[in-house]
Each structure stands twice: as C-alpha cells, then as structure tokens.
Ligand binder design. Structure first.
Ligand SMILES: Cc1cc2nc3c(=O)[nH]c(=O)nc-3n(C[C@H](O)[C@H](O)[C@H](O)COP(=O)(O)OP(=O)(O)OC[C@H]3O[C@@H](n4cnc5c(N)ncnc54)[C@H](O)[C@@H]3O)c2cc1C
Length: 413
C-alpha cells in the first residue's frame, strides 16, 4: 500500500463540526489510497471491501488510522486518541464512514468494550500492553460473559476462577453466545472467585488470552446461516494475576462499565444521516412498492422514527460530553431494537418473494432473520425496560429476597 508517513492528527476539543470534518477529510485526501477513493466515488462498495479485507492493505490502513488517533478519537491523547468528547469523536467517525475508511463493525468488542474498560479500570501495564494493539486493530477481542445458566441474570454466572498457591488463577466453566470467539486473540472474561459471597460480590474480571491451553471455542450455526457465535469451554485454564482487571471480587462493577458501553453503543452512531430506512425507501422506489400508499405510510413512519433516534443519540452524546455512559443508554438501545424489528418486517413486505427465497441471500430475508439481534444482544429488551424503570424512573426494584445470601446458598429455601 502506498502511504505517506503516519501523521498524528490534532483537533481542538472545542473544534466545530465543520473544522473536524475538514481536518479529517484533509487527512484522508493525503493518506487514503487513490484506488480506494476512486471506488468510493463510483459507489463500488465491493471494491472497497476487497481492499479493506486484503491481508496486507487492510492492516496497513488500520495501523495508519490508529497511529493518527482517528480510530479512537475519544481516547485520551496520552493513549493515542484525540481526547475528544463523545459527540466530537462521532464527527470523526462519521467522516471516515463516508469514505468507508472507519474500523470494521466486528471490532466493536475490542475498540469500544475492551478499550473503554481498560482505560477505566486497567493498570498502567495493561494500558501499555493492550491499548496500542486495540487502537490499530491488531488484536481481535470477544466477550465471554453469558453462560447457559446466566444471560439476563449475568451475576448468576458459575464459571469458577480459583486462586492457586503461585498466585495464578485456575478457570473452569462454560460460556455461550460469544461472538467471534473462534477468531479472537483476547476475551473479556467474568468468573466467580468467591462463591461464599452474595452473587454480585464474588465475581472477578480477567483479560483472557484466548490462545491459553484449555480455551476451546466451538462455533454455533445461527438461523441466518452464519456461524459468528460460539460456545466456549474453559478447562483448567491457567490465567496469570496480571490478566485480572479491577480488584478481586469486584468484577461486577467492571462488568457494569463494559455493559454500559455496550448498551450505549448499540443504538447506532451518534449522527444524523442515511440509515436503514433510506435503504428501504430506495429499494421500494426501485421495485415499485413505493406506489402502494399503505407501504409508503409505514416507510415514512419508520423513516421519522429512525431520524428521531439519530437526533436523540446525538443530543445524548452532546449532553454527556466526556462522561461515561449511564443507564439512560438503555432507552436508546430499546428504541433501536424496536425499530430493527419493525424494519425486519417492513423489508419482507416490500419484497415478499425475496424474503421467502432464502437461498438467494436476499437482503430482506437477511434483515428479517437478524432483526431480533438488538432486542437480545447486550441485554434483552425486557431487561432494558427493567433498567429504565429502576434506574431512570426510580421505580422499586424487582424483589430478590436472596440478594444478600452467599451465592452457594441461593435457591435452597
Ligand atoms: C447477536 C447476539 C450477540 C451476542 N453476543 C454475545 C457475546 O459476544 N458475548 C456474550 O457473553 N453474550 C452474547 N450474547 C448473549 C446475550 O447477552 C444474551 O443472549 C442475553 O443477555 C439474554 O440471555 P439469555 O439468552 O440467557 O436469555 P434469558 O436470560 O434466559 O432470558 C430468556 C427470556 O426471559 C426474559 N427475562 C429474563 N429475566 C427477566 C426479568 N428479570 N424480567 C423480565 N424478563 C426477563 C428475557 O428478556 C428473555 O426474553 C449475544 C446475543 C445475541 C443475540
């Protein structure tokens, strides 16, 4: 890949949208390879994707982006970011996205969840070891939270980590629904370290090297036909104490930081612009279904809902500034989930033939089959409603008479 010397971009924290856009566009003009820019200009997304996925050109580009600070605009400058608040950082990412030059969506766990969790809770050594690779996309991460018996009730997890005489931890258990665990270099792992403590208080958080002997992800085929998920078996896995993040038995607080980032990040990018409904409208115009007044009405309703969600996300990022996300992110995640389901159904109504012809890989069929993703991943919609009720509206918590019992004594009475 022909690129000029990496250059760290500088943006003032109070720069206007236009100033940020101009700076990033200028940087892209200088660094983005000419054939990439040409493919974007003629709308040849397959050609862009081929460059992004090229084993040499892709990583070279993401190194450059990371070294410029553009992959992590909200990270502190001392850790290779641009030190921008969330809404300003979103302008950077949006500008990159217009040139299809932003990081892969599949890097979400690494870039957003691992990155922010390490920034908030990591030791200096962990930051120095992990953040540069995360910034450049050189390490791929997965999330090892859910278990067969602990999804919504994550704090009920049973994977055990036992401290050994030499200070290392011996981990045994099973995780499930771990997206891309079969490809991951590292995993965000929560495990029970004190079964005698109440369930939220005996959990510890680790940054697990997925190449450690005893870590075995097994892919699960999902109904879209893909196999992104895994069940991950952990058998006598020896984890050094240096991989622990946050204090022993206080991993629940660390996990909450990760989950808040997840919910906040699962309501779409904080930018007002073309979205899924624009694609559906273009499709409806192309296949003639736009002339059906009922479908048109439903499309317009969904269009307005998507724009309102985008604006609310921008407003929320502006008002939170540099602060960590709060339970309020659950409102947007819920709205996004409801909209995704609505669009899944609408897509099939616009293209009923394609929707039943699964073999054709029709976008309508794919959207329909994937429409439940957001209402389950990162905490189901029912759980988001509980969070909104309890932590946003201040309603009483669900009663849990066993809350203060040792984990091992729960369910016995
Ligand atoms: C696309 C996708 C990606 C995912 N990626 C990952 C990943 O990378 N890593 C990972 O660890 N996990 C991942 N998950 C798992 C996800 O976090 C869990 O599926 C989710 O938390 C729900 O847990 P569960 O499947 O065990 O369902 P359960 O917790 O068994 O829930 C079953 C049903 O009961 C309802 N329910 C449960 N408790 C309550 C309550 N208190 N009040 C009201 N209703 C309730 C739920 O809403 C749901 O409808 C992913 C899931 C999806 C769909």
């Amino acid at each position: 890949m022909t690129v000029t010397e990496p250059a760290r971009v500088r943006v003032a924290p109070d720069a206007s949208d236009d100033e940020i856009t101009t700076t990033v566009e200028g940087w892209l003009h200088e660094h983005l390879p000419a054939d990439w820019r040409a493919a974007v200009a003629r709308g040849d997304l397959a050609a862009v994707e081929a460059i992004r996925e090229d084993p040499e050109r892709g990583p070279a580009w993401f190194d450059l982006l990371g070294d410029a600070g553009l992959a992590t605009p909200t990270w502190p400058v001392e850790h290779g970011g641009l030190g921008l608040p969330a809404d300003r950082g979103a302008v950077v990412t949006e500008t990159l996205a217009r040139f299809r030059a932003e990081r892969h969506g599949r890097d979400f766990v690494g870039l957003v969840l691992a990155g922010h969790t390490i920034l908030e809770w990591g030791t200096d050594e962990q930051k120095a070891e992990r953040l540069p690779a995360l910034r450049r996309g050189r390490e791929f991460w997965c999330q090892l939270f859910s278990e067969p018996g602990a999804g919504s009730d994550l704090a009920g997890l049973s994977t055990r980590a036992v401290r050994q005489d030499d200070g290392t931890w011996l981990v045994n258990g099973q995780k499930v629904w771990n997206s891309y665990a079969h490809l991951a270099d590292f995993g965000l792992l929560v495990a029970r370290t004190d079964p005698a403590a109440p369930k939220h208080r005996g959990i510890t958080y680790f940054l697990l090297d997925m190449r450690t002997p005893g870590v075995e992800p097994r892919p699960l085929r999902q109904m879209t036909g893909d196999a992104e998920f895994n069940e991950t078996f952990l058998t006598d896995v020896v984890v050094p104490d240096s991989a622990r993040i946050g204090p022993v038995n206080q991993g629940w607080s660390v996990a909450i930081s990760t989950l808040m980032q997840e919910r906040n990040g699962l309501s779409g990018r904080p930018a007002v612009g073309p979205g899924a409904t624009d694609e559906l409208v273009a499709h409806a115009v192309a296949n003639g279904s736009w002339s059906d007044p009922v479908l048109r009405e439903r499309l317009l309703e969904a269009y307005v809902e998507e724009k309102v969600l985008q604006m609310t996300t921008v407003r929320s990022f502006v008002s939170s500034g540099a602060a960590a996300p709060t339970a309020e992110g659950s409102i947007r995640k819920l709205a996004h989930s409801v909209l995704a389901e609505k669009l899944g159904v609408l897509g099939t109504d616009l293209e009923p033939d394609g929707a039943v012809a699964w073999e054709s890989e029709s976008p309508a069929a794919q959207r329909f089959l994937a429409m439940k993703t957001y209402s389950i991943a990162g905490g189901t919609s029912e759980i988001q409603r509980n969070i909104i009720a309890e932590r946003v509206l201040g309603l009483p918590k669900d009663p849990d008479p066993e809350r203060h019992l040792p984990f091992t004594e729960r369910g016995r009475s």
